[in-house]
Write a protein that binds this ligand. Structure first.
Ligand SMILES: [Zn+2]
Length: 150
């Protein structure tokens, strides 16, 4: 058994988020509210990685992330890997890609933007080779990796 297989083994049903930058791991743990999760959760950090020097990994039993949850994660750190497991089988394995449009994920940093003054959803377009997001309403931009979440 390869090391890679070991890290996703022993999960009957649930999700694995892999290739997490070590400095983002606990931000993600908070965002996913894993402290409130009653299912088994495995959190690993500073694990060896070929791609990076070190990485973090999160395994959550019985949890299948929604597209909205994944979009929020991708805003904090793009290019992580998601593995979905059902009945011990890997049924999905993909990069957690940033969508072209983020609905109600990002908070606009422009205080006079309509989205900060009316009860409404925010819409941000992902631009510049996925380096920035731009408010659909006022055009204010924010840089990926340093974004204010709603
Ligand atoms: Zn705005």
């Amino acid at each position: 058994m390869k090391n890679k297989d070991l890290q996703v083994a022993a999960l009957k049903e649930g999700s694995v988020i892999d290739h997490i930058p070590v400095d983002k791991l606990f931000t993600l743990v908070q965002m996913l509210q894993l402290d409130k999760c009653t299912e088994p959760v495995t959190i690993g950090n500073n694990l060896e990685s070929k791609k990076f020097k070190k990485k973090g990994i999160i395994k959550v039993s019985g949890k299948f992330f929604t597209d909205e949850e994944l979009s929020r994660l991708a805003v904090v750190c793009p290019n992580m890997k998601l593995t979905v497991i059902r009945d011990y089988e890997v049924v999905e394995k993909r990069e957690i890609a940033l969508p072209d449009v983020l609905k109600d994920v990002v908070k606009c940093t422009n205080p006079v933007c309509i989205t900060n003054n009316e009860p409404m959803h925010t819409i941000f377009n992902v631009e510049a080779n996925k380096q920035i997001v731009k408010c659909h309403y006022c055009g204010k931009t924010q840089v990926i990796g340093n974004i204010k979440l709603k």
